[in-house]
Design a binder for this molecule. Structure first.
Ligand code: SER
Length: 319
């Protein structure tokens, strides 16, 4: 058995920041190479400046570091992607193709590819959305993820690569801000509340129900999926994954328990249309059956940790 050497692309993002630390703990500091276009000044560990749209740069990085596993997190998200649809397609798909081809050529053992609730669209049952409905995504991000799932499945079948994937709900974490997504409101609202600086402007309607997941659960799901025996992975497109589900109003009310004077105002914008095409809740029974998935956090427990951790963080930046 060769030692696992991990490459994380998009390591500076919302998931990458936390996943990098967890993988460093699991595989050893020197066996995890984080990569992104720029390095964060507070980053600790091995880092490569890497543009994944550059095939040769990716391949050289994999060969030089004797990489055996890739977590490919680079993507332009749903809301941001709508500003430049064709460029978003080029980047999201170009990076994926480079990762798939380099993985094939360099005989990478395991690859992780994040998908999203954005793959769904107007033709789904919104409650408890099943694993395999007709996918008609509304955004270019969703189209790239739905296509990406099929390409992942293709590389698994045709070349025998071991690629695993999750359709993440909106991820909520305190370590970094989300960037360019439709579920970002659920992160931003905590920052506003804890800073106690006025009214939070929510870009979705009060009643918009969406599936969310606390970052600890999202990262644990990723690692549990990657650790599962290969024969348990029955779905090679991407697994539905549920954390909990809530509306902006319910999230606001949970925060208000701690900050009774906190105020919210609703100004739905173009992101409302995107959110309306996504599930209210998710059927993740395949993840439960195949690799024993079980979330630990609900709205209340997530709210508690988010507020506690953000308070610590803001206190540390003020001192
Ligand atoms: N959180 C993502 C977004 O809102 C969905 O995967 O774009």
């Amino acid at each position: 058995m060769r030692t696992d050497k991990i490459l994380i692309t998009g390591a500076g993002g919302q998931l990458g920041t936390v996943l990098t630390k967890q993988l460093q703990e699991k595989h050893g500091f020197d066996n995890v190479i984080a990569s992104d276009l720029i390095i964060n000044s507070s980053f600790e560990g091995c880092f490569e400046v890497l543009d994944v749209t550059n095939f040769d740069a990716l391949k050289n990085c994999v060969l030089k570091n004797e990489i055996t596993q890739i977590y490919h997190l680079v993507a332009i998200l749903s809301a941001k992607g709508e500003e430049a649809p064709l460029q978003t397609w080029d980047i999201n798909m170009g990076c994926l193709f480079n990762v798939l081809e380099v993985s094939r050529l360099c005989k990478i053992d395991k690859i992780f590819y994040p998908s999203s609730i954005a793959v769904f669209g107007d033709n789904i049952e919104r409650d408890n959305t099943p694993q395999s409905p007709n996918l008609t995504p509304l955004t270019v991000y969703g189209i790239s993820k739905a296509s990406g799932e099929n390409w992942v499945n293709y590389y698994c079948n045709k070349y025998g690569l071991d690629i695993r994937s999750i359709r993440y709900p909106g991820v909520v974490g305190y370590q970094s801000l989300a960037g360019g997504g439709t579920t970002d409101y659920a992160v931003d609202i905590f920052h506003k509340a804890v800073r106690e600086e006025g009214v939070f402007s929510c870009f979705l309607k009060a009643s918009t129900q969406l599936p969310l997941i606390f970052i600890d659960d999202a990262i644990r799901a990723t690692i549990e999926l990657m650790d599962a025996p290969a024969q348990n992975i029955k779905i090679r497109t991407s697994y539905n994954l549920a954390g909990f589900t809530c509306t902006p109003e319910e999230l606001y009310n949970a925060i208000k328990q701690v900050y009774p004077d906190f105020k919210i105002a609703y100004y739905p914008d173009f992101r409302q249309v995107i959110a309306d095409s996504w599930p209210n809740s998710i059927d993740d029974s395949s993840a439960i059956d195949d690799w024993n998935w079980k979330p630990k956090f609900d709205l209340e427990s997530m709210t508690h940790v988010m507020i506690k951790e953000l308070k610590k963080k803001f206190k540390a930046t003020i001192v």
